[in-house]
Structure formats: C-alpha cells, structure tokens
Design a protein around this ligand. Structure first.
Ligand code: GYE
Length: 621
C-alpha cells in the first residue's frame, strides 16, 4: 500500500515538474514568437455576411501563417461605410505597417484609403477605390466571368435556344452589375436563348431556394440557371429537388473544401462553376513583398477565373505541385521573342529582360523581329522545337496569334505575354499578361491636356499614332478620345501612324505642318520617340515646340525628360519598360506550380514639365 502511495506521489511530482517546465517553455516560445513579429498588417473587411469574404479572411490567415514575422488584425465593417472608416482610423492608431482593405463602397471609402496611403502601403481588394491613391489593387474581372458564363450557357443549350433564369447578388453592387452585363453581352448574340426571370437573392442560399420555388410554380420551362454564387446555385438545386424539376445550374466562386463549388460540381449538383478567387492569398504575398521593399510591385493584379466542369474538376481538386524541372534543379529555359528595337522604350525593355534573366539564373533564348509579325511567329515555333520551358513575347500587333499559341499549348509549353496585348483575348492560350494599361495612359494624356490648355477656345490637335494594329496605338488613341470627346472645343485635326520611331514621327509632323501650318496647337504622340521627331520638325518649320505648340507624349524616357528640361516637351505619361524582374518572378512562380494572375499591370505616373528637374536624375531609361 505504502509502496503504491509512494509511486503515485512520484508520478504526481513528475507531472507537476513537467507541467511547470512546459509552462515555462510555452511562455518562452510565445515570447520568442512575439519578438519575431516585425510587421503588423491591418485587414479591414467590408462584411462577413457574404461567404466569399469569410473565405477571403481564411485565405489571409492561412497565407499569413507561413510567415512568422507578420501578425494580422482583422476588422469587420458589417456593411457600413461609416464603420469601415472608423475601423481604418483605429487600425492606423494601432500602428499597422500595411493596410489591406476590401471596401464596402468605392466612393465612400476613397478619402480614408487616400489618407492611409499617405502613411503606409495600402492594398485594395475586390472593390476598387477612385483615383490612384493606393499601392496595389487586386481583384477579379467580373465582366469577363459573366461573359464566360454566357458562353457556357450557349454551349449547354447547343445554340438551339432555351429559357434561362439569372439569380443575382444584391442590387447595386459593381460585381453583380459587371457579371450580369458580361453575361447579357454574350446571350444577346443568341436570339433563341431567353432570360425569362431575374431573381435577387442577396448571396443567400435560402432566399435563392424560396424565390426559385415560387418561380417554378409559374414557370413550366427552365433550362439553365445562372446563379452569381455557388451558394445561391445550391439554393436553386434544392428548389429543383423540392419541385421535382430538372435543369442545369451554373455557379460562380469555385471554392475548395466542404460545401464549396468544386465539391458541388463533383457531386453533379452544379453543371459547372467559374472560379472567382478572393485575392486573400495574393494580398498577403504582395504585402510581404511590399514590406520587404521588393522592386517591381505592380499597380493592379487581375485574378484568373477558371471554368470548372465535371470534365476537369478532379484535376482541380489535386493539390498544386511544382514542375519536374524544378525538382531536378535544372536551369529554367525561357524563349523570348522581342518585336524589335524601334524606340528607347524597346531598348530599355530588352535590356531589362536580359539583366533580369541573368539575375534570376534563367537561361534566355532572345530573338528580335524587326517589327515583323511573321518573324515573331517563326521565333515562337523555333522555341517550341527547342522545347524551352516557357515562351514569352511582346506581340507587335494584336491580331493573328491564335494558331501559333495553340501550337505552344499543344506542346505543353506555357506562354506569358509581355507589354502588348492580343486579340481575340483568349486567356486560355496564355498564363499571364504583364504590362501597362495603355488606355489609361491615353486618358491621362488627355486629362493633362484638359487641365493645361485654354478654356473655351478651340484646341486643334495632331495625333502621332503608333504602329498600326498594335495594342498601345489602339488603346492610347481610344483612351485619349474617350476623355476629349466630352469637350467639343478639342478637335483632332490630323492623325497618322509613325510606327513608334523618331524618324517617322518627324515625317508625319512635317506633313501635318505642311497642311495646317500655324493652325496646330497641340501634338499628342503615342510615344516619346515620335514626339522627339515632331520637335525637330516643328523647329525646322520655325515654331517653338513646347511653347507655340504644346506636346504631350507617352513613355517617360530619359530623352523625353531632357526635352522637358529644355522646355520643348510639356508632359510625358509614364509607361515602364522595366518589366524584366516581374517577368522572371512570374516564371519562377509558374515553374514552382503557382497559379499566376491573368493580368499584372505596372505602376506608372504622369510627369509634367515642372517635375522634370526633380525626376531627371532618377530616370534609368
Ligand atoms: O510605348 C513605344 C514602343 O509597346 C508600350 O512600344 C510599348 C510601346 C512603347 O515602341 O515606345
């Protein structure tokens, strides 16, 4: 008996000692963890009623857990902009190092986001804010998602027609409007397909179910239901089951995990879904890069949406894995087709790519095409025969790439598009587009002009356009026209292509001067090189560029800054050619099995003459 008691005492003693030691070490390790926290990130969430936002927060937590040195503080604005403004103020008071915000309302949250941005980096998720006072925007392309749903609906109805019901999220939300508009854009092309009813179910499954039951009561023929979220789609399915009806249901979101869209597709509840990532994971990844002061942080990241049907759902459920070559530690080989060497921009772009490849230890096959599409197609075919790991290229013109990109796809080589976009923009043919928003550059040039030209007086403009059929020429023209078209006194009196070269820019300007002489007040050049050519032509004509004729152009090259310092150029809208580091970063990610955003848009500014002095020393191209 005594022996037993002694034994029990010993066990108790050991237990107490163990507990004390554990407590001590736990405290120590907690202390160590706190010591490790370097960065505090505030997350201001618009609400947690939408399941999509709950997933966003979960992703943020999961991604943040990979970094010992960051800590996250969450706030929930419960659908109130007023509350969200207070939340941000409080987060700022708590001393967060970076803010991630998903705004309740774009306009109402713009001032506080701009205020926060004065002090710390700000990442805006999902709903944008007005203007550019933030570090980075990450979000989906809802209009594109809507269009894809439209195409799939047409595919399901085999163009023979049928009745469709649309179940929307809350009225007035930009995401709802965009998805719906994209969807209708496509369905309008099929006269046999009728959207007979629209239900507003506020992202709620039960509301979708109830409304759908009522609808099925009176509507005898329903062929396809498009629900703006998988959760509401499930409601439609339940309604069908309750009423003994049968139709095909398409959702949006495509979450993994229990009850998520992928599971619903796998179970045959949904015919298909289109993924709409929340960006939570990417926000943390970029936040870490920003806090570590990494270079080449973009301004906008648009997330890829994937179509999920029974045919591919099993592949999607598999965890992401790295590619073989990464495991074997072989050097990654990149084939890059550059369109030419027509401008300072292009030369800087080529240099940036070569230097970044070297720095990233990526083997580079680099081919230049003298602005000829045929040569680029040949280069891409050559890369395919060489079995490179990745192909990247800057398409000289927008059209005519589908065939060669399909060849690359068939041979299993991923493609990244750099700088200029393609049409038709079939994003199943490439992994990512990295470049600028050319239309926005055109708008910026026009806005500068509006602010800096005489009010009320007629303003005559000569436009020196870029290469015919190229994305920057098309978009810069449209963006500029979009803004000035609202003001009748602004008139483009002459527009001709100068192929982005200085020599042709000069020729076009000579011709314009020959026709209009002193009657030209403004030159808008699609790039700096053509503006420099125009400056020569204007001087030779006996007028003063920058004074008698205002000149605004795009790129922001060092030569343009020198022209501004000399008073001969009035403004340059930046378009960065320094895309090499972002390209290599994307390639490394891709090879490691990461899903890339479908569009990565660079951060850029506007530089009027007055700023040239300050900026000139820092221009690197
Ligand atoms: O603006 C121009 C160049 O595609 C953005 O091409 C690029 C354009 C750039 O030649 O200078």
């Amino acid at each position: 008996m005594r022996g037993r008691l002694q034994f029990a005492g010993l066990v108790l003693l050991l237990f107490v000692l163990f507990a004390a030691a554990w407590g001590y070490f736990y405290k120590e390790s907690q202390q160590a963890a706190n010591d490790q926290v370097e960065f505090l990130i505030g997350v201001s969430q618009a609400n947690l009623i939408e399941p999509w936002r709950v997933v966003m927060n979960r992703e943020i937590i999961e991604e943040a857990a990979k970094h010992k040195n960051i800590r996250i503080i969450f706030t929930d604005a419960a659908q109130s902009s007023q509350k969200q403004i207070k939340d941000v103020e409080q987060l700022l008071q708590q001393g967060v190092d970076l803010l991630i915000i998903s705004p309740n309302d774009s306009a109402e949250l713009t001032p506080i986001v701009a205020e926060a941005y004065k002090h710390i980096p700000v990442i805006v998720l999902d709903r944008g804010v007005q203007g550019y006072d933030y570090t980075l925007y990450i979000g989906p392309d809802n209009r594109a998602i809507g269009r894809e749903v439209g195409k799939y609906t047409a595919e399901l109805l085999e163009s023979k027609g049928g009745n469709v019901v649309e179940i929307q999220g809350p009225k007035g939300l930009p995401s709802v409007r965009d998805r719906s508009e994209g969807f209708w854009d496509i369905l309008r092309q099929y006269p046999g397909i009728k959207v007979t009813d629209i239900i507003v179910a506020d992202w709620q499954r039960d509301k979708a179910e109830d409304e759908m039951v009522k609808l099925l009561d009176r509507q005898s023929k329903v062929d396809v239901v498009f629900a703006h979220s998988d959760y509401m789609a499930l409601g439609a399915y339940k309604a069908a089951a309750a009423c003994g009806r049968n139709f095909e249901i398409i959702g949006v979101d495509g979450f993994t995990g229990a009850g998520g869209g992928l599971e619903l597709v796998q179970a045959g509840v949904l015919q298909g879904t289109f993924t709409c990532d929340t960006g939570g994971k990417e926000a943390v990844q970029y936040a870490v890069d920003i806090l570590n002061h990494e270079r080449g942080i973009p301004k906008k990241v648009i997330l890829r949406s994937k179509k999920i049907t029974r045919g591919n759902v099993f592949d999607c459920l598999k965890p992401e894995t790295g590619k073989e070559q990464q495991k074997s530690n072989r050097k990654i080989c990149l084939g890059f087709s550059q369109l030419g060497a027509e401008s300072d921009w292009r030369k800087a772009n080529s240099k940036s790519i070569k230097e970044a490849a070297r720095a990233a230890d990526i083997e580079l096959l680099f081919m230049e095409a003298n602005q000829e599409q045929e040569k680029q197609i040949q280069a891409i075919r050559y890369f395919i025969t060489q079995k490179v790991d990745v192909i990247a290229f800057s398409p000289v013109v927008e059209n005519g790439w589908t065939e060669v990109l399909e060849e690359a796809k068939l041979s299993g080589i991923p493609v990244i598009i750099l700088d200029r976009a393609i049409q038709p923009d079939d994003d199943s043919l490439y992994e990512s587009f990295i470049g600028s928003d050319f239309r926005e550059e055109g708008r910026r040039a026009a806005r500068w002009l509006l602010e800096n030209s005489r009010n009320g007086q007629p303003v005559t403009i000569v436009e020196l356009a870029g290469t015919v059929g190229s994305a920057p020429a098309i978009d810069r023209q449209q963006g500029f026209a979009e803004i000035i078209s609202a003001y009748s006194q602004y008139k483009i009196i002459y527009s001709a292509p100068g192929d982005f070269t200085q020599a042709e820019g000069k020729e076009v300007m000579q011709e314009a001067l020959r026709i209009y002489g002193n009657g030209i007040q403004v030159v808008y050049a699609h790039n700096d090189d053509m503006a420099l050519g125009a400056i020569q032509a204007i001087e030779e004509f006996g007028l003063r560029p920058g004074k008698d004729i205002l000149i605004v152009s795009v790129d922001g090259t060092k030569a343009a800054f020198a022209a501004m310092l000399a008073g001969k150029l009035n403004c340059t809208v930046e378009c960065t050619p320094l895309l090499g580091p972002q390209l290599m970063q994307a390639i490394s990610g891709l090879m490691a099995g990461r899903k890339l955003p479908v569009r990565i848009i660079a951060a850029e500014g506007v530089f009027p003459q007055e700023t040239a002095h300050r900026e000139y020393p820092y221009r690197t191209y």
